[in-house]
Design a protein around this ligand. Sequence first.
Ligand SMILES: Cc1cc2nc3c(=O)[nH]c(=O)nc-3n(C[C@H](O)[C@H](O)[C@H](O)COP(=O)(O)OP(=O)(O)OC[C@H]3O[C@@H](n4cnc5c(N)ncnc54)[C@H](O)[C@@H]3O)c2cc1C
Length: 471
Amino acid sequence: MSGVLVVGGGLAGLSTAAFLAWHDVPVTLVERHTGALRHPRARAVNNRTMELYRGIGLEPAIRAHRSHAADPGALLLRVDTLAGKEIWRREAVAPAGPGSASPCGWASIDQDELEEVLQGRAEELGADIRFGTTLRTLDVRDDGVTALVEDGTGQYEITARYLVAADGHRSGIRRRLGIEPDGPGVLGDTFTFLFVADLHEALNGRTISVVHIEQPRPGTVLLPHDGDRQWVFSAPFEPDVDGPPEEFTEEYCADLVRAAIGVPDLDVRVVPQMADGTTILTYQLGGRVAPRFSDGPVFLVGDAAHQVPPTGAFGASTGVQDTHNLAWKLAMVLRGEAGPSLLDTYDTERRPVAWFTLEQALLQLRDRTGRDVLGNGAKPAEYDSVVFGYRYGPGEALPPEELRGQVGTRAPHLTVTRGGTGLSTVDLYGPRFVLVTTDGDAARPLEKEYPLDVYELGTDLDAPDYLAAHE
Ligand SMILES: Cc1cc2nc3c(=O)[nH]c(=O)nc-3n(C[C@H](O)[C@H](O)[C@H](O)COP(=O)(O)OP(=O)(O)OC[C@H]3O[C@@H](n4cnc5c(N)ncnc54)[C@H](O)[C@@H]3O)c2cc1C
């Protein structure tokens, strides 16, 4: 029994598969849906996460896409109806380019397109990705797992040394393990669908990024999907009052759109957001963190481990960072380069980051909407400290300009030259450990003993500011 089974082919699962395959770990991923979900959801990838994707060669492919949320001049609007009274407007901030903190700027890509890019890269690196395959039962032992899965042709077993549960915020695997998340819990229920309509008249020349609409009910949101005639409609619902949204008829959905747009005779067509024809999906906004991120050979990543509200755009990026942290550790343990206790550090490092990120997302929710879930008077941290400055171990999150290679922090970004080519120090930290030293002769023998790359300053690396930039 070798390798890793990943359950769930969303952003976290596909990222896990890509990072593991990059480390040459045999990985199989099963996803119950037959294709990617056609819904933009997260539309911003923060620059720390872009650094991780850059490390596996994905930056150009991600930048080749651009979300319509970042179209030039796109607006964040609050309106009564789209054609009616405008209550508030702000220009959507275009993702910033690389600053002094990072070689990467933010990326603006719709999550459905990012998932396609990730799937392509994971497969190119050798991952076995099986869409249309559902986990049915799971036998967990100390030495591995046996999963019974089902696809269109029947049921079969997959055995693996480790299992990564990337099965989303309703994680069935987490439930099977009896892991009950902590935190404020459900913050609201929403349903979404895609529709096609000509909104040019109601838009009246405006390009939109996100529109918050009071009609037909406060909390309704309209997002552009294809930049022309396809849109995403999302609204809150109360399960006890509205019943299951999956049972809403197309005509009912079209009427909701007409009320939101403020054009009673608008021609509206609801279209599937999944390859199997599903039109309506629900999403529970929540604030939860699992009390442990692993159980024997099973590891929780992404929304299965923690769920944060969309305020702040932290959710997806935090999940991707989990998978990067876990992948190199699984690779070292599977190769026999580290003992299994290395895997315990996945929980001790990532769980505090999840709590910190949840707190920051809830503070942004409070500041934007007045809804104070925490009620503890906490102040939001500087945004870039949340993105870059969290620490593995004790200590406050730091702003990027104070990162100086302190233990447990992300190493600072500097531009250096290697073999005549300029690159970021962040690019040095690849699949192996890195030792930057002034004494190459003493350090080089270590390369034979450990998975380690040694760089001697002044010889292998032209980096005059390196020592000054580190503690
Ligand atoms: C409206 C909205 C806006 C958002 N905006 C942002 C943003 O701007 N920035 C940001 O960072 N985050 C954002 N998020 C959050 C982000 O979308 C989620 O954090 C992310 O999708 C979680 O990814 P995941 O892979 O962990 O889970 P999911 O995307 O939920 O994937 C889990 C997968 O597991 C599969 N699965 C479940 N059970 C099984 C089984 N038994 N067998 C096989 N497969 C199974 C499911 O089919 C699913 O595809 C937003 C979310 C929403 C709803």
